[in-house]
Design a protein around this ligand. Structure first.
Ligand SMILES: [Cu+2]
Length: 389
């Protein structure tokens, strides 16, 4: 009888890592190495239990920007043309535990982008996606792209191509885990960042059809890169999706973008109010109205808690830590009202948050900067090796 419980414990312990360590979620955008804050300008699944799960179904609209990715978040982060975007992947959305991705999850990565006319009404799913960068298996280092992402503490960076017209864009980092691909279960992880590209170029990006795809629809269950057996690999790895969009090498695409106006297009929607006291993902707390009566005091207290509710309601799985900080401010107003201090609010206009949280680790350089070199000499290393042999 002594052995039975311990065997059960061993079995339970063996199950735990696959349940907990398994998946990943894109949580945080950095612009020129500055964190925009967890969840800020990021479309991610709002379900804390399942936000790290892979996309369910290659033909699902969730392939575009993940679960809940069809709905815009309130904020769109500005980024200069030619700026660097960095995407952070986490095993735990709220970083309760460290880690980006389980080492078993080997496979390629990519970043796609789509020009958006209206961030709140345009569909993320559908045509108009271009691939800005991808990487599969690197012969030189013997590493899959996902292994490099793990080494970079979940961070991957790209430069915004200079030729992209200014305005609203969705940037879509993608990881494809192939550990079960040989069993018909390729696992896609994605999400989207809402970015306003500050450029003096205007107009539509009108790329040749070979570069532009629909998501979902750009991969199928029998796409070679999705059935690839990483345990008995036959390289080169066939990268799924369209060719990478390489503006510098394709003059006809540059011509497709009008360069008429002399100054950058101004962002009018999705801006983060500069006067905010604290930010949590896509919510900001702004100071309550000043008051000098008992009635005004209680109204301010209520208005403050209303903002707290909005904060919690809008908080993605990265958490509501700053909602709690805001709630403490409301508690302060309430305490003052109870104590008969009807002139407020206390600490009027005081910032409750330092500007930007520090990055979790050194931010890697943009992965698409050497794309022109790779294109000339063999994009995935393997073709260079083949041409030399
Ligand atoms: Cu997984």
């Amino acid at each position: 009888m002594k052995q039975a419980p311990s065997l059960l414990l061993v079995a339970a312990a063996a199950l735990l890592p696959t349940m907990v360590d398994c998946h990943t979620v894109f949580t945080t955008l950095f612009v020129n190495e500055v964190s925009q804050g967890d969840g800020t300008c990021v479309r991610m699944s709002m379900d804390p239990q399942h936000c790290v799960d892979p996309i369910d179904g290659l033909d699902s609209d969730d392939m575009a920007c993940g679960v809940n990715g069809g709905k815009a978040v309130a904020f769109t982060c500005p980024a200069p043309t030619d700026g660097k975007l960095t995407f952070e992947w986490r095993l735990w959305a709220d970083a309760e535990q460290p880690g980006a991705l389980d080492p078993s999850h080997k496979g390629p990565c990519a970043v796609y982008a789509k020009q958006i006319k209206n961030m709140t009404t345009d569909s993320a799913a559908g045509p108009g996606w271009v691939k800005l960068w991808d990487e599969g298996y690197d012969d030189a280092s013997g590493k899959w792209c996902t292994e490099k992402v793990i080494e970079n503490n979940g961070l991957m960076s790209i430069d915004i191509p200079k030729s992209l017209p200014g305005g609203d864009w969705l940037f879509r980092p993608e990881l494809l885990a192939l550990h079960n691909a040989d069993k018909g279960d390729p696992q896609f992880y994605t999400g989207c960042a809402q970015v306003f590209v500050q450029s003096d170029k205007t107009g539509n990006l009108d790329v040749p059809s070979e570069y532009s795809v629909s998501i979902p629809g750009y991969v199928q269950a029998d796409t070679p890169g999705l059935t690839f057996n990483i345990y008995e690999p036959r390289f080169p790895y066939p990268m799924p999706g369209p060719k990478v969009y390489q503006p510098a090498a394709d003059s006809e695409m540059k011509a497709a973008v009008a360069s008429t106006s002399s100054k950058a297009v101004q962002q009018t929607k999705g801006t983060i109010p500069p006067e905010y006291l604290i930010k949590n993902a896509n919510w900001v707390g702004v100071e309550v109205s000043s008051y000098s009566t008992e009635d005004g005091c209680w109204k301010a207290s209520e208005a403050c808690y209303d903002q707290a509710s909005e904060c919690y309601d809008s908080a993605p799985p990265t958490g509501g830590a700053n909602c709690r900080v805001w709630e403490e401010k409301c508690d302060g107003i309430t305490a003052a009202c109870s104590a008969g201090d009807f002139n407020g609010p206390p600490n009027k206009g005081k910032k409750l948050q330092s500007d930007d949280p520090a990055p979790p680790a050194d931010i890697p350089g943009a992965a698409n900067t050497d794309i022109e070199v790779r294109r000339r000499w063999g994009r995935r290393g393997t073709s260079l090796a083949a041409s030399l042999s």
